[in-house]
Design a protein around this ligand. Structure first.
Ligand code: NAD
Length: 439
């Protein structure tokens, strides 16, 4: 039985490599069949995944559907609808000196892809890259995060029941298993997680000259300008920040309030949190939990900074940390030194847009930059004078769910991009073909 031998990295990779070499993953029909099977897995086994996500992260069914199952189904549907068109050879013009000749660009599958997933959206961030890898005609090893063991086990058990076992393998495990996997030669490594491990992945990939995509994180600011509707702004910041208890790579990490907006915004944020999770978020079925006690300790240590506007309560045994807004936070405070990755939202004040832009540009390039403004001039200045993985006006987090937009970071927030057609670009070689008749 293939799944019985599937945990030894060298054996797994050799098996997938021989499948790839056989050519069976190349036809469009095989790719569409795999994508269809993945869709069936997500819909038929959704109860299993919902239970696993609740056990691992306290995710409500609504949030798990929105951010994990439904998200991945949308990515699948968009890919299936366009795949043939994306894979069609693209004609290229030939200079007169070479004529008669034909030139075109084809999308060549790479071979064996490794997908290393993190714990915060453990299903989406394992399977959305897999959609791209399979759609592009590759075989793939999926390495789920050990910090979400229920979801990892569910994927390890269920993926082989639906997908081609000779082409897709799930390898569970922690650092030792991932290190052993990284010793193998892959044709692409797609890593989502933190920058420290991102560097380990990239160094391991360098030994085999394997290209990498690094989907990392960082501190994504939300800029709020005077004149913006602060009630709407607060609702949209709170929704993006506190979903999954703040453990979202593109969550707004902190607010940069321009001029005198901070005081009114504080009150609106407290109202927005109440509207989302009620008087007592601990008893709200919609509010998630911190992944483990280590992260809980890390987060509660940040609560000493600034003035608590709302929240602050926590319970280690329940891995609960209230949605918390902190005002009057200094840029030197510990909460401003690294990505928060939890339900704590500091508000910092800057005098004007120039200062906001300078603040952003003095720091690592963020994965997302959010801004709430009515001014087209401000939008244009932020677009031209800052660099970030994505730039979103009037919303938070939602750009991820626009399948025609690339998703990825820049600088410390990562390299490479995926989703929709961009996944095909990532998981294929863009091959030049020139054909001149001999006659
Ligand atoms: P994590 O601890 O689950 O690690 C991610 C993966 O790396 C896991 O599969 C883990 O087994 C593996 N890993 C851990 N240590 C390793 C080591 N020493 N060698 C090899 N592999 C190792 O997740 P995390 O890094 O804590 O995730 C949170 C970070 O990920 C945040 O910074 C967040 O912003 C970022 N993130 C980014 C995105 C994105 O799409 N850009 C999405 C989610 C999370």
């Amino acid at each position: 039985m293939v799944d019985a031998v599937s945990t030894d990295p060298a054996t797994v990779v050799a098996r997938l490599r021989s499948t790839f070499a056989s050519g069976r993953t190349r036809p469009l029909a095989w790719r569409l069949a795999q994508l269809g099977a993945l869709r069936a897995l997500l819909t038929e086994q959704s109860e299993e995944f919902l239970a696993a996500l609740r056990a691992d992260l306290g995710k409500s069914a609504a949030e798990a559907y929105r951010g994990e199952i439904g998200f991945t189904v949308n990515e699948l549907d968009h890919t299936v609808a366009h795949l043939e068109e994306w894979l069609a050879p693209a004609p290229a013009a030939v200079p007169a000196a070479f004529l008669p000749a034909d030139a075109h660009v084809v999308r060549d599958p790479l071979g064996v892809v490794l997908v290393i997933a993190p714990w915060n959206y453990p299903l989406q961030l394992a399977l959305a890259p897999l959609v791209g890898a399979l759609a592009a005609g590759n075989t793939a090893v999926v390495k789920p995060s050990e910090l979400t063991p229920a979801t990892s086990a569910a994927m390890a058990r269920l993926l082989p029941r639906y997908l081609d076992r000779e082409a897709v393998a799930v390898v569970e495990g922690a650092v030792a298993e991932t290190t052993a996997l990284l010793e193998q030669r892959f044709d692409h490594i797609f890593y989502t997680g933190n920058g420290t491990v991102g560097r380990i992945v990239m160094a391991a990939a360098a030994r085999h000259l394997t290209p990498v995509t690094l989907e990392l994180g960082g501190k994504s600011p939300a800029v709020v300008e005077p004149g913006a509707d602060l009630a709407v702004t607060a609702q949209r910041i709170a929704r993006g920040k506190f979903q999954n208890a703040g453990q979202t790579c593109v969550a707004p990490d902190y607010v940069l309030a321009i001029g005198d907006t901070a005081t009114a915004l504080e009150a609106e944020l407290a109202t927005a949190v109440g509207a989302l999770y009620g008087e007592d978020p601990a008893s709200s079925p919609e509010y998630g939990r911190i992944v483990n006690e280590r992260h809980h300790d890390r987060l509660t240590a940040l609560l000493g900074d600034g003035r608590v506007v709302t929240g602050g309560g926590h319970d280690r045994a329940a891995r609960y940390l209230a949605p918390t807004v902190l005002a009057d936070v200094s840029p030197e405070a510990p909460v401003m030194q690294a990505e928060i990755f939890g339900p704590i939202l500091p508000i910092l004040t800057v005098p004007d847009l120039d200062a906001a832009i300078a603040f952003i540009n003095e720091r690592d390039k963020p994965l997302a930059l959010y801004a709430f403004t009515d001014s087209e001039r401000t939008k244009q200045r932020l677009a031209e004078e800052t660099s970030s993985g994505g730039l979103v006006f009037g919303l938070t987090v939602s750009h991820l769910a626009v399948p025609e937009l690339p998703f990825g970071g820049v600088g410390e927030s990562g390299m490479g991009r995926y989703h929709g057609k961009y996944s095909i670009d990532t998981f294929s070689h863009t091959k030049a073909v020139l054909d001149k008749p001999l006659g």
